[in-house]
Design a protein around this ligand. Sequence first.
Ligand SMILES: Nc1ncnc2c1ncn2[C@@H]1O[C@H](COP(=O)(O)OP(=O)(O)OP(=O)(O)O)[C@@H](O)[C@H]1O
Ligand SMILES: [Mg+2]
Length: 485
Amino acid sequence: MNRRSIRFRLTAWYAVILAVTFMVVGGGVWWAIRDSIHDTIDKDLRSRLQAMRDYLRRQLADPDSGPLAEELAEQAALAPSGTRFRIAGADGRWIYQSPATRAWKPQPPDPSRLPAGGRAQTIVAGGKPVRVLSAPVSLGVVQIGLPIDEFYEMLEEFTWTALLASPLVLLLASAGGYWMSRRALEPVDRISRTAEQIGAQNLSQRLPLRSAGDELDRLSATLNAMFVRLEAAFHRITQFTADASHELRTPVAIIRTTAELVRSKPRGQEEYTKALDRILAESERTSRLIDDLMLLARADAGADGIVQEPMNLAECLRGACAEVRVLAEYGKVCLEASVPSDCTVSGDDQALRRLFLILLDNAIKYTPAGGAVRVNLAVDDSAGKRTAVVEVRDTGLGISPEDLPHIFERFYRAAKDRSRKTGGAGLGLSIARWITQRHGGEVLVESTPGTGSVFRVRLPVLSWPALPASSLLQNSPPQSTKESL
Ligand SMILES: Nc1ncnc2c1ncn2[C@@H]1O[C@H](COP(=O)(O)OP(=O)(O)OP(=O)(O)O)[C@@H](O)[C@H]1O
Ligand SMILES: [Mg+2]
């Protein structure tokens, strides 16, 4: 038997509690029986005392009565069997002693120290217990006794029965307790055996529910819910690995085939330059992809290196706009920014810049030539807290309602062919969402296919230049600078 098992410990506790209960209850019953014996005998003795007092009063008042000792001896002979008494005078000498009382203590008790109703005590005379009531009477003192050995034998019998039966009952009860705890814990064994079998190969297996609706069913349901989460996480990881290797294979294959093709026969300068340009572009794409993958891996591992400190969000946003200006010019997209001079948030400058670059890059990338991208920073004071709202609005292709819920997922690209042309891997928005969440904010999107999209990043604000309350609510920040590109 495993001493550390719950089964063993439950049984041990059960046995200990039962033993203590037996001792307390047994002791209590023993005391109650003994008290009740004494009460009954004492009541009897007191009524005999009363009779004795009445008798003495009558005797002392009767001038015709003989010597008291003789009268008392006569009285003793008439008394019910078992009654024993003796009377001592005020001088401390015994006037009368019934034969059985000669084994008692020879000195009479001091009547002045006795209460009027008498004092009862148990003595042992001739090896047998006797209940003796000593009380003051007019003559001196009287002692009346009744043997209680039969009652004490009964008490002793009870004691022995309890002492012998208790261990037996304890043993039986403990065995029953062990059997019951074994039965109750059997499903736990079954749960742990099934759980042991669940591994990476069969993560879809679930623990059986007994439909009892008890704690163990709840435990199984909780574990099953955990397995569902684990399975989903495991699936995400395997999918991520498969997608990552797939995404990496394509540029590496392009680099390799381009190099092999160029080396297969002598080529002109122009062809070499073209091939090298292609190799360079694919290498850049690969290293960007590796950077993104590393960032997400570090984020998953909780080692992202993000340090949050007070920083000017407006300045960061303006810097990101300036960085994508060339891209916008190249794509013939008009970029407008309405950003205030100052808006302090607690954040990581580099990470937030990356977030804005991702949104701006998308907006420009997915907006055809002639379209516009508008960037805006305002503060929202509703909902009881101050939030910086960065809005990147474009007049681009928009996102279909089917794609919209998925665009923040890793490697998700709305229209795969189109994205392939633009060279994205589908990691940008998942990184954007992670950065926003890491800063205690959120990123939301609204989009109408064919009309354009709006990405809104909400971040908690530390400070914002004082301005009239009305101007806080809408997109009219103080000292806004407007850039047109
Ligand atoms: N402003 C936008 N307009 C239209 N579609 C968008 C916009 N932003 C994102 N999308 C869609 O959401 C998808 C996911 O965007 P995400 O930035 O994550 O990936 P990507 O731009 O394809 O690649 P990456 O950013 O990794 O280079 C894109 O493929 C695109 O279809
Ligand atoms: Mg992108």
